[in-house]
Design a protein around this ligand. Structure first.
Ligand code: FE2
Length: 362
């Protein structure tokens, strides 16, 4: 695309800082069905931290944990709990990316440097974004090993469930900070604002939030940014900020081409999703018109549907996957629609009200 002032190829990987990377890797392998593809730890000469890289189609997740007391990573984890620390981008030139981003106002995280092993070289650099989150820039064109230099190959296949790629990653920021970070993504990384929601779009009796969706120049990287808005009770964004200890990644949306299959498999493996009132499905045909899927099947699985000018989408949200009410996942299946399911907020609220009305408690 022309007019891309900061070319990003795509999201390369999402790195999590966790207390126990072995158990996190096991969870993602046995629920989401990722392959364990690479490992580093004491056995490979990594003397103070352990890492597991897992892969399914175009999605790579990396779990890092400290293995000694006093590691700087341990402080972050003690404060936030397990969290997404890095959304890393593949770029042509990590040196240019670092110089340009910092000249445009980004705070540096890691100066450009090279990691190297028998399989080749990876050039990397990194900048800070909201909270304790960072964006790494890396180029692996001259690397032919598993994941990154220093990792050894592992070949423990998962049982894949059709997850294709990262559709979008959502950040929660403090009240008044959404536009600050929108401008930051525009100024520093050349993103553009593709959609905005205000509290009239996304509000219920219980929660309200504002959201702006930022997209990279080539459109492949999409980052909605949320901030809380005043509701009658504490908003879900306020809850996140309180329990997380500030701004951070709220959810990662994974794209599938067969949401019924993906969600059936996740449910069978014990992943829990937000509950959807039955009344939501009574209103569905009127709201979204004809769809290919059987509404009874969607209702059994709790899959939501929304329509925009270009088509429709199916989506579902897990419950938080950590002890704290912080990080969760979305599974999304796009059938033309390029939006994010705005209609589901209102529809969910209305169906909850209808359930209340049936109970006589509205
Ligand atoms: Fe989402």
């Amino acid at each position: 695309m022309s007019n891309d002032s900061f070319p990003l190829r795509k999201v390369d990987h999402v790195r999590h800082f966790v207390n126990n990377a072995r158990q996190a890797a096991y969870f993602y392998q046995h629920t989401f069905g990722f392959d364990l593809s690479a490992y580093r730890g004491l056995e490979t000469g990594s003397t103070d931290e352990v890492g597991y890289a897992l892969k399914q189609n175009d999605v790579t997740v990396w779990f890092s944990a400290p293995v000694r007391p006093g590691h700087p990573m341990a402080e972050n984890i003690a404060f936030h709990g397990d969290f997404v620390q890095d959304i890393a981008f593949e770029v042509d030139d990590p040196d240019w990316a670092f110089t340009t981003a910092t000249a445009r106002g980004a705070k540096p995280w890691r100066e450009p440097h090279t990691l190297e092993d028998d399989h080749g070289k990876v050039r990397m650099s990194a900048i800070c974004t909201y909270g304790d989150t960072v964006h790494t820039f890396l180029n692996r064109d001259n690397y032919h090993g598993p994941f990154l230099p220093g990792f050894r190959a592992e070949s423990e296949p998962g049982d894949p469930i059709g997850i294709q790629e990262i559709d979008h990653c959502v950040g929660n920021v403090e009240l008044g900070q959404m536009n600050v970070w929108v401008k930051w993504y525009e100024d520093v990384l050349g993103f553009r604002n593709m959609l905005s929601f205000d509290d009239k779009d996304i509000s219920t009796e219980y929660t309200a939030l504002m959201s702006k969706v930022m997209a990279s120049g080539n459109g492949r990287v999409k980052f909605p940014i949320n901030e809380p808005a005043a509701g009658k009770k504490k908003s879900q964004i306020d809850e996140y900020l309180e329990f997380f200890g500030g701004a951070g990644v709220q959810h990662v949306a994974l794209r599938t081409d067969d949401i019924v299959y993906t969600v059936s498999r996740l449910r069978a493996r014990g992943v829990e999703f937000l509950k959807v009132p039955r009344t939501y499905y009574d209103m569905l045909p009127d709201r979204v018109g004809a769809i290919d899927e059987d509404i009874e099947v969607l209702a059994d699985l709790g899959i939501l549907v929304d329509r925009d000018d270009e088509g429709y989408l199916l989506q579902i949200f897990t419950k938080p996957i950590t002890d704290r009410p912080t990080l969760f996942y979305e599974i999304i299946h796009r059938k033309g629609a390029q939006s994010f399911g705005k209609g589901n907020f209102k529809a969910l609220f209305e169906s909850i009200e209808r359930e209340q009305a049936l109970r006589g408690t509205l």
